[in-house]
Design a protein around this ligand. Structure first.
Ligand SMILES: [Zn+2]
Length: 294
């Protein structure tokens, strides 16, 4: 038991553009208050534009806001940052940034690519839009037919925070962006894995991950906490995934958070992870990793 050691848990929420899922976000904000969690919330631009009051509430309750594409979640053919050109990516990021800033009063500086589909061009677009953190590189992840990460280009990327190289996102370099890879042990540490495989398997995965990573990046979606028939999904959304959605997932999430607290994790915002003085220790090192903070 590591209950004496403080380890950062990044409790992150990906808010896709799914009308009807706003009830799930409201529920998650209450859950965070009850559990005293501060979350990093990545919001699709159109959601922020449509539910501006709710996004303002996220900020008011002390959470950190980022962006998550423009219309991602509501499209048959989703935004794909792996292949879209620089101008297109910059436009999606700019629109989403404006919508979140208008709703919350604060300019977001953290990004998560829709479906974790990201490329080197995205890094450049984020730098040029003044972003400071990204949390999209699918290190150690391959979904084996389940989920949406079926490319191995960045499989060997560091599991710890690092500044990527502009030539290859999976290599440490000198970007102004700090990459915070979502945690995975082949499958992601997210709500879908928890729903499908259950807490015992998640506990095992977390033990394996914590041997080489000093922090954990977990994510869930508001739409996972609302019955599917109360939400508007694109036609190609998997029927199987829609069956597992509903408010009963809050008690499952509670068991996960309880486990993490017992292991000595406590919720931490990306922006609070590295003071300005410490940022330099996140440069590339000869070992390929960066120094982890205490
Ligand atoms: Zn998403």
């Amino acid at each position: 038991m590591r209950s004496q050691v403080h380890m950062p848990l990044h409790f992150t929420i990906d808010v896709d553009w799914v009308p009807g899922s706003e009830a799930g976000l409201e529920g998650l904000l209450d859950f965070c208050d009850r559990r005293k969690l501060k979350a990093t919330i990545f919001v699709a631009g159109r959601f922020a534009e449509t539910y501006a009051d709710l996004i303002r509430d996220c900020r008011r309750r002390g959470h950190e806001l980022g962006t998550h594409g423009w219309e991602h979640g509501g499209l048959e053919k989703d935004e794909d940052f792996r292949v879209a050109g620089y101008d297109q990516q910059r436009e999606w990021i700019r629109l989403a940034t404006k919508a979140v800033e208008k709703a919350s009063g604060v300019r977001p500086a953290v990004f998560r690519a829709p479906s974790l589909w990201i490329g080197e061009t995205t890094l450049r677009a984020l730098e040029d839009e003044g972003y400071r953190y990204d949390s999209s590189v699918p290190a150690r992840r391959f979904d084996c037919g389940f989920g949406r990460v079926h490319y191995l280009k960045y499989f060997r990327a560091p599991s710890e925070p690092y500044r990527p190289s502009s030539y290859r996102l999976s290599l440490p370099g000198h970007s102004s962006i700090i990459e915070m890879p979502p945690s995975a042990f082949l499958l992601p540490i997210n709500m879908a894995t928890l729903r499908v495989l259950g807490l015992p398997v998640m506990k095992w995965m977390i033990r394996r991950i914590s041997r080489r990573a000093s922090r954990l990046v977990f994510y869930c979606h508001p739409h996972e906490f609302v019955q599917a028939d109360q939400q508007s999904f694109p036609r190609n959304m998997s029927k199987w995934n829609m069956r597992g959605m509903g408010p009963e997932n809050f008690s499952l999430l509670d068991t996960f958070v309880e486990h993490m607290v017992r292991r000595g994790y406590s919720s931490t915002l990306f922006a609070d992870s590295f003071g300005e003085a410490r940022t330099s220790s996140y440069e590339a090192t000869p070992r390929g990793y960066v120094t982890s903070p205490q």
